[in-house]
Design a protein around this ligand. Sequence first.
Ligand code: SF4
Length: 685
Amino acid sequence: MKRTHWGKDVKVVALGSRSLLCSNDQVLYSSKTNKKSSRRSEAEITELCLDMQKSKVSGTKRVNNGDEKKKAKQLTCCPYKASSDAISTLALHSLVRPSDIEDMANLGKASHTCSYYASRAALAAAEVVVLPYNTLLSKQARESVGLSIKNSLIIIDEAHNIPETLRNISSCTISLAVLEAALSQLLAYIRKYSDRLAGRNIFYLGQIRRILVSMIKYIKKRPTTSQQQQQQQGTTRKEMMAAVALMFTLKLDNINLFSIVRYLEKSRLSQKLLGFVNHTAATAEGEDTANTSEPKKKEFMSKHISSMSIFETFIQRLTGTSREGKIIVEWPSSTEGEDSTKQSPTYRFVQIHSASQLDNVVEEAHAIVLAGGTLRPFTHVAAELFGDDIDVMSAASTAEGQLARNYDQLPNKSSSIPSSLVQVTPRLTTFTCGHVIPQSNVLMACLSSGPTSHKLDFRHTSRSTNEMIDELGRSVLNLCSIVPKGFVVFLPSYNYESQVFQRWRATGLLSQMSKKKSVHREPKNSRDLEASLARYSSEASTTKDGALLFSVMGGKMSEGINFADDMARCVLVAGLPYPDITDPVLKEKMQSLDKEYRNTGSIGITGQAYYQNLCMRTVNQSVGRAIRHANDYAVIVLADYRYSSDSRIWSGLPQWLKRGGSVPRQSDAVFGKVTKDITSFFADK
Ligand code: SF4
């Protein structure tokens, strides 16, 4: 917006989470001296902020005369939100010119005013709103920030993420600890108000109690001997079932969940319980007793979200169709790390098909533009987002076929690919276009063997052998000598990345690499991402030898990060990141796609095609990090013998990269030929 002529006139507001926009360092960090390691989590920041909202005190308050400890603990309201005039002024100021999240956060810090609430205050006057997927796609989230999308034009970038985001929004997890808290609160509430409750209320509260007791009993059930053995080996035990099957298993099949959901909504039981619990806790605190109605907590539970509201959401999900979602009951192994939340067994509702979840946005908006570089094949997107509409599925299939035929008829496929606008149905139009760069600015090379002619085979069965890891290391080491400036290597998983580093450290390959380029790794923690990227970027662009960066496909750096110009003169993708085929949710999705494909007479996509597309989309996202503008240039190396031997993999690569080429010959994919091509490519630049 800033770079367009509209930037002068259009009022733009960027919405973000508290962790991005909070102006209060005392809330953001638990230590004043070490900000880097003491940054609080999103949930903790929200909890502290909401705690402060409840306080009316604008200074330190003495609770008990002379009790210094209590005095220190007492929360005060946030000084950055103390003045509503200051919030309004910051909101108006932010609308003067387009500001992004960083600008907004800086404005808040500079003016000692809360950027988070100021951005919400600016919403009413904004003409363009920039916001995260979650806030846009969830009706509840939109309502909570006061955002209406009625008749709006919505542009969603990187739209391939939408199905996953919709699935995440619709999924719901309830742990044993939350179930126990909900039951404990419910029992305390019934005890307190039993004389005043009407018969209908007593009936429904009894039914809710029965569901909670059954769920707790089932999830606490001791695993059998063989399951215990599984747990000793560090494996999480999982059971997946439809909602109906769960109700039978819990012996609750005679309960009408729809009427329970209606009761929970109408009675506002969860809000009542939250008020009741907070009142009980406050009274207990006043009486200086440690007794509250919450059980001993082992995991983080917000004081501002009642356990009953999580139960209510879970029960709502159970009333959907079994095609849409399933329930996974998980008993984590006792050896699964330090995270206490993972120790508690859980019921998890997972959304399998997300198509209907987009309806609430489609119905309200004037139009939606789904934009992205990895949205094809359209049949895949249609199956994900419009799977319930057979006409759209069929039309998307026709449009995809038409595009392929148009492309085949092009006289010179290697020249720029023409734009194509196709009205698929009266309500759905597709648009495709080529890449902005000339053909001479990109070199794509498939690499099927390394410098010692060892086959590059990154299938699960062979990629972890010392021979394979060493050959990959030798390939990267040799390429470091001919690639100028930045060189980014994408590996198929975090585990594999750790494995190769361990081996290269032991064999000395890593120290040889670091003599050619400074070596960087994708950080494990998202908080360190910005600083790591800044270090890599500076060394890649400003030092003579440049830098080498190891990242993970589908990881933090494979999407949304711009490796323009000297940041990546070469991107090497090692292997094919197929998702875990044993994942029960993926298996269920693939089976259901196969069934629909058969039932509709081959409209849509098969489960196998879906699986293949997921992998190729991840590859294409990584490849797309390089070449970010018309004058940029880079080499893309696809390292794995399958790239030059499997036509399904070849057909999943983007047209702008293949430029009309067919699957390369094996003799063109050997190390000597590839390094020769790369050397002459850079010699021309
Ligand atoms: S009111 Fe604003 S500045 Fe204060 S804690 Fe909440 S988000 Fe942070």
